[in-house]
Design a protein around this ligand. Sequence first.
Ligand SMILES: Nc1ncnc2c1ncn2[C@@H]1O[C@H](COP(=O)(O)OP(=O)(O)OP(=O)(O)O)[C@@H](O)[C@H]1O
Length: 233
Amino acid sequence: MLTVEGLRSRYGRIEVLHGIDLHVDSGEIVTVVGANGAGKTTLLKCLSGTQQVSGGSITFRGEGLTGVPAHRRPARGLTQSPEGRQIFTNLTVEENLRLGAYLFTDDRVEKDMEDAFAMFPILREKRNLAAGGLSGGQQQMLAMARALMGRPSCLLLDEPSMGLAPIIVQQIFDVVSGLKALGVTVLLVEQNAFGALKIADRGYVMETGRITMSGAAADLIADPRIREAYLGI
Ligand SMILES: Nc1ncnc2c1ncn2[C@@H]1O[C@H](COP(=O)(O)OP(=O)(O)OP(=O)(O)O)[C@@H](O)[C@H]1O
């Protein structure tokens, strides 16, 4: 579904992605794990089109994405739920969700909203409240639900567990895991390597702008190098 080959990106003269190769097949949950500053967010921004690519290629559902502006990528089925959530704090929960569905005017929008509320019941309770009043975990749920309102075939998730209490992190990862049953393919970047690998089919390890390891998530969790460097075991 998504193929990245030799991807390079830079900030000014400093290259931070040095030739990334990865792929995500339809129906998979794939995670890219790595320390703070490894380049995970930059990778996702290249995929969503908000960061310039300086080399290599991105192919999504058989079509090259280079040259497709960021605002046209969701209509192709590729949607990012950004790091730091970036919800509209002055709008209500429901208004945020409706913005996620800006591409659609059909009746399915109401059903999608019901699905979002079923996935995150707390959002139904707070639907008429300003999103800025939600807790961090609730805001993360809203960001994910809003992205899903765009009916992505592939969802790009940037650090959904960041800064959240363990019990909320578990809830978020459970929802991500459940997206598979809904037919949504997921590329999840995370510093929380253990949590991400536990729900992923495959994983990639990123270090200073390069992929240094990849494989089945279960194999990566069992690998002594990963256990020591990322899982603290
Ligand atoms: N806007 C920017 N201008 C210059 N350098 C940047 C910018 N954003 C990121 N960088 C640098 O690019 C490198 C990769 O950063 P990136 O945010 O992609 O890493 P990350 O793995 O997502 O880390 P984090 O977990 O903190 O989001 C880092 O060295 C970072 O300092």
